[in-house]
Each structure stands twice: as structure tokens, then as C-alpha cells.
Design a protein around this ligand. Structure first.
Ligand code: SF4
Length: 386
């Protein structure tokens, strides 16, 4: 058994274990675990410094998970867009392919809280049908392999899935969505990387939500993936009490970039049953972009802030406004410090035709040439400093 498998085996998974370790009410934790899966592996558990800190909040169950408020089980309407189990086909040229029901720990805010950890809902038997669906739809050029977490599958299983996808001529891009480099970086082994290297162009989107998650182990795992030539992006979820602070989010984005990961999205938390207590107002995300990221740090460290629109409308980017006014003549802008700047629009005048040269006169271009020839030669130093 490999290190990561041993770690996984030692996870807290039962209501009894979790209630005892965190001093929680057993009946409450039992009620939560009857509805939503719990797993906290020892590596991630070790990152918790105090009760209710940003790491704790992501994985330790909370009694408020039993309240739904305005939230629902499938607000993104993935189920109606699923032509066969395990496939979500919403956009014209790409599909989401759910290949694993398990995760290295279970996030309390998970978008697929209704199904993660449930082998009946994400069954390995669905994989063949999923591959067949992709094979028979030539319009699919991009496959996002997700779950659960695909990296919880054995290397040989991943090899077989990626090999089958790569053998489909119309699949140009394979992407993997995983939280393993954050939750269980020990899973990124030399052999796993060897498997991945066979299937370029392969992209991996990781998932980190707080700067304390970028540990030496995480950096090592990310470095191995990057060394294998895999472009790495990060999808972060905006969460109350975890990262809803411009300084925390800026630190996270800077640490990701230094660990060779390009921040890709910050998601407004979805309206998922059992996660209402972790959602922020949308203004919090806009403020993070405006007061913490855009202009305040490298542009490479500034992801898109998006809402995955309820009802299945796809991702919609959200931007703070930097434009004060636009007229035919100018655009008035405010920069990241709130200073006013004016950009002048191009002139709308129609192209003015040069009058035709009078009969007998020399054409314009040769005249310019002659004038240049008559001018004294420019000394070499005249070009310096231009
Ligand atoms: S790792 Fe991803 S799929 Fe798994 S529980 Fe967390 S958010 Fe959900």
C-alpha cells in the first residue's frame, strides 16, 4: 500500500470519530452524516490550527448543513443536462465526465454534495457508457474529467480512461479537475505523473481556497505536475470565514503563482443545499477583485470572478466597474487606486483623399525620396535614445 492510501485509510469518516475529535454533539453529526458524506484525512486534519479556522470550516461538519434556506440540491441543473449517467453535456463542444465518486476529504460546500461519496450515483460502471457517448458525439473536442476526485482512482484505471479518451480522434483537449494536490499531495507520485505525460495536451485544474493550504508537500506535488509539462490552473471557491478577505485572497493567489499554478476562477459559492452558511454576498467577491487583486498584484495572479448561473446558464463573469463614462470623444476611467484617467477615442473623420498631382508635376512619393536624398546624412548617434 502506498503512503497516500495509508493516509486515506486513517481518515475520520464516522460521526463518532468526528464528534469525539472536535468535541461536537454526536446526534447532530449523526444527522449530518446521514445526509452528507464526511471524510477528513490525517494530512488535511494536520493543517487545522484552531476550531473554526479556515481549514476547519472547509471539512468539519456544521449543524447548519441541515438548513437549506433558498438552496437546492442541484441548482446548476446538471441532472437535466446529463444524457447518460456520469456525463454532463451543457456546452456545445465540451462535456463534464464524472469518473470517481470519492474525494480525499469531503468539502462541506461541495457543488455535488448530493452525490459525492455515493457509489450508486457515480458508479464505475458508468465509465464505459460515458466514453461511448463521447465517442459517438464528434462535436465534443474538450473533456473535463472530474467527480468526486479522479485522482482517487488507481493509476491503472486512470491510464485506461485517459487512453480511451485520447484514442477518440475528435477529443482535442483533456482536462482533469482535482483537489488532491491540496487535500492529499502524497497522491502525486512519479508513476502517476508518468501516466499523465502520455496524454498531452492535458490540463489540470486544482482547487485551493486558503494560503495555508500551500504547504511544502503541496508545492512538491504541483512542481511534479508542472515539470511533466501540464499547465496548472486553480479554481477557488469564495467562502465565508475562509477567504472572503482581499488580503487573504491576494496571498493565496500570489502563493499559487509562486507554486507554478495560474489562478483561473474564483467562484461565487453555488446555492447548494446545506452550504448556505458558507456563502458570501456577491459584493464580497467584487471587493476582493477591486481592493485586493486587480492592480494590487501581478495580472497573472488575478483570476476571473464568476457565478455559475443557477438553472444551468453557465459561468457569468463579474467585474467591478472601472468605467465612469463613455462618449464619442472619450472614456473616463478610474484606476485601481480610484484615480481618474481619460482615454481619447479615435477620430471618426472619414479618410481624406490626397488631391491628385497637377499635370506635369512629379509624383508625391518620388518627391519625398528626393527630399530625403538632399537632406544631410543623420549622424549615427542621432538614433540613440529614440
Ligand atoms: S474535492 Fe471537489 S468534488 Fe470532492 S467534495 Fe470537494 S469540491 Fe466536492
Amino acid at each position: 500500500m502506498q503512503t497516500w492510501q495509508k493516509l486515506l485509510k486513517k481518515s475520520l469518516t464516522t460521526a463518532e470519530e468526528v464528534a469525539e475529535v472536535f468535541g461536537l454533539n454526536l446526534e447532530s453529526v449523526r444527522a449530518i452524516s446521514a445526509k452528507f458524506k464526511i471524510r477528513i484525512n490525517p494530512y488535511y486534519l494536520g493543517l487545522i490550527k484552531t476550531k473554526d479556522d479556515p481549514i476547519y470550516k472547509q471539512v468539519v461538519p456544521d449543524i447548519r448543513e441541515l438548513e437549506s434556506g433558498v438552496c437546492t440540491d442541484d441548482p446548476l441543473a446538471e441532472d437535466p443536462d446529463s444524457p447518460v449517467p456520469g456525463i454532463v453535456h451543457r456546452y456545445p463542444d465540451r462535456v463534464l465526465f464524472l469518473v470517481s465518486h470519492e474525494c480525499a476529504s469531503y468539502c462541506r460546500f461541495c457543488t455535488r454534495k448530493r452525490m459525492v461519496g455515493d457509489i450508486k450515483k457515480m458508479n464505475p460502471r458508468f465509465i464505459e457508457d460515458g466514453i461511448e457517448y463521447i465517442r459517438s458525439h464528434p462535436e465534443i473536442r474538450d473533456v473535463i474529467v472530474s467527480g468526486g476526485d479522479p485522482l482517487l482512482l488507481a493509476d491503472s484505471r486512470l491510464d485506461a480512461i485517459l487512453g480511451a479518451l485520447r484514442a477518440i480522434p475528435h477529443v482535442e483537449i483533456i482536462r482533469i479537475g482535482t483537489r488532491v494536490p491540496c487535500f492529499l499531495p502524497q497522491r502525486v507520485t512519479k508513476n502517476l505523473v508518468r501516466v499523465f505525460k502520455k496524454y498531452h495536451p492535458l490540463y489540470i485544474n486544482v482547487h485551493f481556497n486558503h494560503p495555508d493550504e500551500i504547504t511544502d508537500e503541496a508545492r512538491r506535488a504541483l512542481g511534479m505536475l508542472a515539470d511533466a509539462g501540464i499547465p496548472l490552473g486553480c479554481q477557488t471557491v469564495l467562502l465565508k470565514g475562509v477567504n472572503d478577505d482581499p488580503a487573504v485572497m491576494r496571498r493565496l493567489m500570489q502563493k499559487l503563482l509562486a507554486a507554478r499554478v495560474r489562478p483561473y476562477y474564483i467562484y461565487q459559492a453555488d446555492m447548494i443545499s446545506g452550504t448556505d452558511h458558507l456563502r458570501t454576498r456577491v459584493e464580497a467577491g467584487l471587493e476582493i477583485i477591486k481592493e485586493g487583486l486587480r492592480g494590487w498584484t501581478s495580472g497573472l495572479a488575478v483570476p476571473h470572478f464568476v457565478i455559475d448561473s443557477p438553472g444551468g446558464g453557465g459561468k457569468i463573469p463579474l467585474l467591478p466597474s472601472y468605467i465612469e463614462s463613455i462618449t464619442d470623444k472619450e472614456v473616463v476611467l478610474r484606476n485601481y487606486e480610484g484615480k481618474r484617467h481619460v482615454y481619447l477615442q479615435p477620430s471618426e473623420q472619414p479618410n481624406v483623399k490626397q488631391p491628385a498631382p497637377a499635370a506635369g508635376s512629379a509624383p508625391a512619393a518620388p518627391a519625398k525620396k528626393a527630399a530625403r536624398a538632399a537632406a544631410p546624412a543623420r549622424p549615427a548617434w542621432a538614433a540613440i535614445g529614440r
